[in-house]
Design a protein around this ligand. Structure first.
Ligand code: CU
Length: 193
């Protein structure tokens, strides 16, 4: 399944990927960090045979602030036009790809690449619609390897939009970096207050 997706993603001899991120502002009438935050996935794709593929898949609200103990929702956006699965996978900041070559290595699931952290979210014989929350270590979203997953549209069992909500259990003052293990140019940050 994953290999098929990668071929679909990298089918052109040239590769042009574009992402966009919208920073969320954070404010509260009481000066408290929000108890809830939502990260949406949106974007579309085009390609010209034997020339390039361009995908604008991106996180909407890629820079979020939430209180420790708050609820984070990860959800397909209303304008998403591609059927791909997505993950919101916590990684170390240094693991975020910064060059196309790093994306390619991550796509290929080379040993040790952070894209492997999101692999359990993807459909498999044991979990045909994938796993919504891979929770390593302590309960809740708090550390590297914790990973939310949205299913591909074809395996969504008729649910119009994939959606998963988890509790952010990281301590106040923690900064969690994340990316999509399927489209690792999709990147963001969670400030836990
Ligand atoms: Cu993605």
């Amino acid at each position: 399944m994953r290999l098929t997706l990668l071929i679909g993603c990298l089918g052109g001899s040239g590769l042009a990927l574009a992402g966009a991120a919208t920073a969320a502002t954070y404010s509260s009438a009481h000066g408290q960090p929000p108890a809830r935050a939502t990260v949406l996935v949106d974007g579309n794709g085009t390609f010209v045979a034997n020339r390039f593929v361009r995908e604008t898949l991106h996180f909407v609200h890629a820079d979020v602030t939430i209180r420790s103990g708050g609820k984070l929702t990860f959800e397909d956006g209303p304008k998403l036009s591609l059927p791909d699965p997505h993950t919101l996978t916590i990684v170390n900041r240094s693991e975020l790809p910064r060059a196309v070559g790093q994306l390619d290595v991550c796509f290929a699931d080379a040993p040790g690449t952070p894209c492997l952290l999101g692999a359990p979210n993807l459909p498999s014989p044991a979990h045909p619609t994938g796993v919504r929350f891979v929770d390593v270590g302590k309960p809740g979203l708090d550390e590297r390897g914790d990973s939310l997953g949205l299913p591909p549209a074809a395996t969504d069992n008729g649910i119009p939009h994939g959606k998963v909500t988890v509790t952010v259990t990281a301590k106040p003052g923690t900064t969690l970096y994340f990316f999509c293990a399927v489209h690792p140019w999709m990147q963001g940050v969670i400030h836990v207050k």
